[in-house]
Design a protein around this ligand. Structure first.
Ligand code: ZN
Length: 501
């Protein structure tokens, strides 16, 4: 191995230690740290993450990457290090183009904006958040002009979260989905609604935690390489492929919520746990593409978890852990986990109307960055779109435009990732059935781990080394298309709701 590569490795090892501690403090803060210990914890966390950030943007790292990028050095690298050096250099050059003063202004504005958003949401007062949102949009435009001078700003933002994606492609695939989904949902809502009275009541939270354990075991989460915690909002955090943590939130009156959060975060975790361990400690070792990541969590949550056959081998066990479920038939449960209704909150939406929640946000982001729609006009635009797609109007902005935190932190262009994930899922489903046979049969026979193994081999082990586009091409042999997910939606819901074909 060349001396230069050895220097880079040593540099990364040191940087990883700072990141590791910062991550550990973050985990502790969110899961168990007592309120009064917050300040010292946050202070230490800021110290370690700032150190890591500075190492990631230092002159020393810049010259190491430049030296390794010279053709004669670069050609000596193996595939893994070729990827790492190339991507790190791209990221480094990109970040370096942002003037330090501008970056600091962004970080400060971001903290203030997130804080203002929280207050605005709690009091449902958009006016509190509006000036901050305006500032975040302006700063995002300014930064993007430095990072991606050759790209149109919204395309640059999309590309940051899902490499290779642009709005022309999204317009096309979301458009196809919209065309088919609008009449399908209309048909469903005109049909008889399932009775959900058995799902109201009080469900023991400790028992819900046991259900989570059972579900994670079932789908292939490794406890040797993972741990769980409880937080306000569920999330996944990974240290390396050998230590991936997930969290959940248990609501006494909503047992289904924690089951599906467990399966969703479990899907993210299974991805990270199964990345080639040789990639640990480098940017190849964790999936950096948000749509691709969501495609895994959503595959487990929706395509597998909302299939009746998924529950067939474990439904009795569920009744043993949560006795109320003994009184609920699998059919009733299946109807409820696929209960379609127009609702205000994205994170509580069913698999079908969820698509509209994302399309609304995507269209608004385009209106902001393409059409220059002002911040003052956004709540009305939001409500108009809710009426257009979901036929309901929020009573206030807290259950409308203020519900998600993404924009407050400057994450514009992130929302489409969720729906892209589902679109990829339709494609994987089609391919799995070609390779392994009917998914209904595999699930009904309790062979779900064969599906996990397929995903491990085809997608997970590559970490970040294959872009979403490369993944689809290698796994499904084609470019992104909404056609399979549309077929899946139509077939499934025609049956669930007994619709006329
Ligand atoms: Zn997710």
């Amino acid at each position: 191995m060349s001396e230069k590569l050895k220097s880079l490795q040593q540099y990364l090892e040191k940087m990883n230690r700072f990141n590791h501690v910062a991550n550990l403090l973050y985990w502790d803060l969110r899961t168990v740290a007592p309120k009064e210990g917050f300040e010292r914890h946050a202070d230490a966390m800021t110290y370690f993450s700032t150190e890591a950030f500075q190492m990631g943007t230092s002159e020393e790292l810049g010259s190491l990457l430049a030296e390794l990028s010279v053709p004669e050095e670069y050609e000596k690298l193996d595939d893994k290090w070729k990827f790492v050096v190339k991507k790190m250099k791209e990221d480094y050059d990109r970040d370096k183009r942002i003037p330090k003063e501008l970056y600091e202004r962004f970080v400060r504005a971001q903290a203030e904006s997130e804080h203002a958003w929280e207050e605005a949401k709690n009091t449902s007062d958009y006016a509190v958040f509006a000036p901050h949102l305006k500032e975040m949009i302006a700063l995002t435009k300014e930064i993007t002009a430095y990072t991606d001078p050759d790209k149109e700003v919204y395309d640059a933002l999309l590309n940051q979260y899902e490499e290779g994606m642009d709005s022309a492609t999204i317009d096309h695939i979301f458009g196809e989905l919209k065309k088919e989904l609008v009449p399908l949902v209309e048909q469903i809502l005109a049909a008889k609604e399932p009775d959900d009275s058995k799902f109201h009541g009080s469900f023991d939270v400790d028992a819900q935690a046991k259900v989570q354990k059972m579900l994670l075991d079932y789908i292939g989460f490794s406890w040797e390489k993972g741990a769980v915690g409880t937080t306000e909002h569920p999330f996944t955090l990974n240290f390396s492929s050998k230590d991936v943590r997930i969290t959940n939130h248990y609501y006494e009156d909503m047992p289904i919520s924690s089951m599906f959060s467990a399966i969703h975060e479990g899907g993210h975790a299974i991805f990270e746990q199964n990345v080639n361990p040789e990639y640990d400690g480098t940017i190849a070792g964790s999936c950096r593409y948000m749509g691709l990541h969501e495609s895994q969590s959503r595959f487990y949550e929706n395509v597998l978890g909302r299939n009746k056959n998924f529950w067939l081998p474990i439904y009795e066990k569920l009744g043993e852990l949560l006795p109320q479920f003994k009184e609920i038939t699998l059919d009733e449960f299946y109807r409820e986990i696929n209960h379609v209704r127009n609702s205000f909150i994205r994170t509580e939406a069913d698999e079908l109307t969820y698509c509209f929640h994302i399309i609304i946000r995507y269209e608004i982001e385009k209106a902001i960055f393409r059409e220059g729609v002002s911040v003052e006009e956004l709540p009305a635009l939001w409500n108009r779109k809710m009426q257009e797609y979901l036929k309901i109007t929020p009573a206030n902005d807290a259950e409308g435009i203020l519900q998600d935190m993404h924009w407050s932190g400057g994450s514009f262009g992130y929302f489409p990732s969720y729906l892209l994930g589902s679109i990829y899922d339709g494609m994987y489903l089609e391919q799995i059935e070609k390779d392994l046979g009917s998914i209904d049969t595999i699930l009904a026979e309790g062979r779900i781990l064969e599906i996990t193994k397929w995903l491990n081999e085809k997608i997970h082990r590559f970490g970040s080394t294959r872009t979403p586009k490369e993944t689809l091409s290698a796994v499904c042999g084609k470019e992104v298309t909404a056609e399979p997910i549309i077929r899946y939606f139509k077939e499934k819901y025609t049956k669930v709701y007994g619709l006329e074909k």
